[in-house]
Design a protein around this ligand. Structure first.
Ligand code: FAD
Length: 464
């Protein structure tokens, strides 16, 4: 037994063994655990036996070996911004956080790569690499809190997927520690390496169920020297997709973001007291589009010529172009900060663009049939076939099941997925089978059993 900030902490054998391997400050107990919020979305106190904060891969390995020997369940925590309760622990779990493994170790300026520790915060990585003249193109609203390890574990997407791909496309190699403490180093640095199975892909998107990602080799791009950003309004979904096709075809491959907002989303995030509306609030659709290029003059000229022509044709009905970084931020904030819509049930579906309009009509109708006061706010990464849906009214857990059935039920027959980029975690466990076949799920289960036979890593997440 030990005293910890006024709390009496009953020390389990596993904690004593971990403390003997790591320094005392590496292991948080009692009030130091509960002082932390459960996640970005849930301010209630973290529940866990302990939060263990290794400083090296070898320490991660030692901790996992102890947990494995002692049949101790482990939950992996990055920046806790994940949306599907993948990093949420229970009172009997040990949380491993890589918050003290947060450095960029090496930048290779010839091969355009960086070796980064998994606990590094995405924004810090972006900024440090920017200072060295490189773009690390993964970008999402949670950039200030999420970690490279969490981005890898969730195969994060975000706003630049259209041009640079998801995290899977941005990781050349990685190092992971398996449940029994085995360190698998697969730190490939080349674009090409066809020597057997590409093992890194096993860990990317596995949501911490197959191993702890400790370090990664990231793929870098040159910094763009010009950036054009526009928020425009359109009268129809057909106009939104027509402009997307034109931008893809006419902007010489420079289009990097194309984010759609349905009217109800735009209207409520620009309501009195929140964001200033850059355009009138009565248009059916809004799109935030961005292109990144290398030649300011010709990029700007091509971008504005394309917009002018779309306005002449009537596909764009109003538009505002960012003329400074401050302007750009004022446009992006409308898309990225959605606090007035919360709390809400959050969804992240994907489906072919040709089915989106029908899907939204069906969804709107079924939500109205459920409750007069229900609202389905719709926005997201339309170029990737990815829509986010926030449904209110929110009443803790009590409507969750009903709303899940409506949102996912409307996807039936439309070749969609219940998770475009957020993953499955604990929250969507029961819906996995609506997007993956039984043989796929069986193979996933076999892999999990082989790599983590005692099921100690993020147990109860992704597959049951
Ligand atoms: C405002 C906001 C905007 C967002 N926008 C997007 C978006 O556009 N696109 C998108 O994809 N997501 C988005 N997200 C979701 C979230 O930010 C991403 O899923 C992110 O990649 C999670 O990173 P994290 O470090 O916070 O991970 P956590 O939430 O801590 O963990 C997520 C999962 O990864 C596991 N994990 C964490 N670290 C490791 C590790 N080192 N090794 C193995 N497993 C690990 C956890 O156990 C958990 O299962 C958004 C979230 C917020 C709050």
């Amino acid at each position: 037994m030990s005293l910890d900030s006024g709390f009496i902490v009953v020390m389990s054998k596993v904690i004593e063994l971990i403390q003997a391997q790591l320094s005392n400050e590496a292991v948080l107990l009692g009030a130091d655990v509960t002082a932390r919020a459960t996640s970005y979305w849930d301010p209630s106190p973290t529940q866990a036996l302990a939060i263990v904060r290794p400083e090296t891969t070898e320490q991660v390995s030692a901790v996992l070996k102890i947990c494995h020997d002692q049949d101790q369940a482990v939950v992996l925590a990055g920046g806790l911004t994940g949306v599907v309760e993948g990093a949420v622990a229970g009172p009997d779990d040990i949380v491993i956080s890589l918050e003290r493994m947060n450095q960029i170790e090496v930048v290779d300026e010839l091969d355009n790569t960086a070796v980064v520790q998994a606990g590094a915060i995405l924004q810090k990585v972006q900024e440090e690499l920017d200072d060295k003249g490189f773009l690390f193109p993964l970008d999402l609203g949670a950039r200030g809190s999420c970690t490279i390890g969490g981005n890898i574990a969730t195969n994060a997407g975000g706003v630049n997927v259209l041009r640079y791909g998801m995290m899977r496309n941005l990781v050349l190699g990685l190092e992971a520690v398996l449940a029994d403490g085995t360190i698998v180093s697969s730190m490939n640095q080349m674009l090409k390496n066809n020597t057997g199975y590409d093992l890194k892909q096993l860990f990317i998107g596995s949501e911490g169920t197959l191993g702890v990602v400790t370090r990664a080799v990231l793929r870098l791009y040159p910094l763009p020297s010009s950036r054009q950003t526009v928020l425009f309004a359109a009268n129809s979904f057909a106009a939104v997709t027509t402009v997307l096709q034109r931008m893809n075809a006419e902007l010489a491959g420079t289009l990097s973001a194309y984010e759609v907002m349905w009217n109800n989303y735009y209207k409520d995030v620009t309501a009195e007291g929140f964001h200033r509306p850059p355009l009138e609030r009565n248009h059916p659709f809004y799109v935030l589009a961005e292109a990144e290029g290398v030649d300011s003059e010709s990029d700007i000229e091509r971008f504005e010529r394309m917009l002018a022509s779309a306005m002449e044709q009537g596909t764009i009905v109003d538009a505002v172009i960012a003329r400074s970084e401050a302007d750009r931020q004022a446009l992006w904030i409308v898309r990225e900060e959605f606090e007035p819509l919360l709390p809400a049930y959050l969804y992240d579906i994907s489906l072919p663009k040709r089915h989106m309009e029908v899907y939204v009509e069906k969804l709107t109708q079924q939500l109205a049939d459920w409750r007069d006061d229900s609202v389905g706010y719709i926005f997201g990464h339309i170029a990737d076939g990815n829509l986010h849906i926030f449904v209110t009214p929110y009443d803790e857990g009590s409507h969750h099941d009903t709303v899940d059935k409506i949102v996912y039920g409307c996807l039936a027959g439309l070749s969609g997925s219940v998770s475009a980029e957020h993953g499955i975690g604990k929250e969507k466990l029961q819906w996995l089978s609506s997007s993956r076949s039984q043989s796929e799920i069986d193979l996933m289960r076999q892999l999990k059993n082989m790599i983590d036979p005692k099921n100690i890593l993020n147990s109860g997440k992704v597959i049951s």
